[in-house]
Design a protein around this ligand. Sequence first.
Ligand SMILES: [Zn+2]
Length: 496
Amino acid sequence: MARPRQTSLKSFFQRPDAKEDTESGTPEASDVQSQTAPPPPEKKPKCRAYRSEWSDKFPWLRCEVVDGNEKMFCSLCEKAGRRNGFTRGSNNLRMSALIEHSQSNDHVAAHNLTPQQVAMKGHCDKATETSKKKLCSQLKIVFHMAKHVLPSNHFVAQTELLQALEAPDFVTTDGIYCHSDSVDDMEKALEHIVVEQIRKKLKNSDFIGIIIDETVNITVNKKLIIYLKLEIKGKVETCFLGNYDVDSGTARCIYDRVVAVLREMDIALSRVIGLGSDGASVMMGRHGGVGALFKQANPFSIQVHCVAHRAALSALDAEKAVENIRAYKNMISSVYSFYRHSATRTARLRQLTAALSDEDMVSLKQPCAVRWLSLHRAVEAMKHNWAAVVMEINEEAVGGNTQAQGLLGQIQTYSFIALTHALADLLPVMTKLNLVFQKDNVNLSSIRPIVQASVAAFTHLRDVPGPEEETFKAGYKDGTYKDVKVTNSSDRSIQI
Ligand SMILES: [Zn+2]
């Protein structure tokens, strides 16, 4: 006798009356069935659906559709702040699951809370949430202040500003930590997070480079600034580690401090393969310098003399060899000082500049030995203001000011204005090179071409006048430039 063909396991196990049971709508019946019938071999939750009559039996029950699926929640457990399947949302849409939950310890405890307790908890939660938001906003202010190097005592002013702007978390200043100690605490908490992030990055970097430099703070305490250079998945990242106190500026003292900091960050010296520093003998010294001490600890480590620093030093050495440049720098420093201490003179200079051209006055700059690109900016400002400066100083010289007479004798000369234009051709090349060296991540393959291009540009300018020099030569007519008389025009040699 032929048996009916079995199409699936489910059809084999399903009783013919099961469908009717499901449609009968009696939860008890289906529940009894789920307890007595053998478990289906293949679970298909989509076959089960929430039944609205369940909420009559369990008033705390709520059903919501989350991500397209029906889920059951317990409002009692939610109000009591419990954490269980029915506060996260249960997708076990069965009567047995509801009975099980209603008998669970969690639910019974939530059920036994008095209405007052529930209300109290609600208030506490709300208060915590509000203060949390306020605290977050305060931390953001402290972070902003730290990022922009603002002093801690600006904190109250910042919160008052936010209050005036009616920022949601600062409608009232109640509950805001204003004491300077609180600001310090918040800074420490933020620092902790930043250091933890650096620690995580450090774990992913097989090798580490260190960049260090000595400095002094405003109270003239010796400090050591440390940066780390990390390699993460083939990409180089530079991060600021800290500014640390050092007792003295000896190589041993600096080395010991760096090693102590590295130890604190769980960095073994065997991972430190690079040290970047300035060219001071305490750093670069072949026998007792900081680099040499690192090499003793790790023979594979290399030391790099900061290339931007080195380029600036070489330019400084070159200009020392040329008397004209030294004298020129002193002269523009003197002109800068002449105007720096007098608001009246500066105002007159500004009026003259406005009368001579439509352009605004570029403020005069001082060339400074420790600022690498300052000479370029000072030369640009002098070139821009030269005519107005000569006329203004001339007025004072005629009035009998001996300092003005001395300055006029120098800056009105042909060699001064010609040298200003020649330097305006030369210095941008140096500035461009220096800015490439100062980039956070330099592409090594681009270094050689740009150095070669810079050398070629210098060589070219030695033999052929640059665009600025040409402009000057074209504008110089009958012993005047920009309608201002040029003196000593017989001496036209510019020796650079
Ligand atoms: Zn519950």
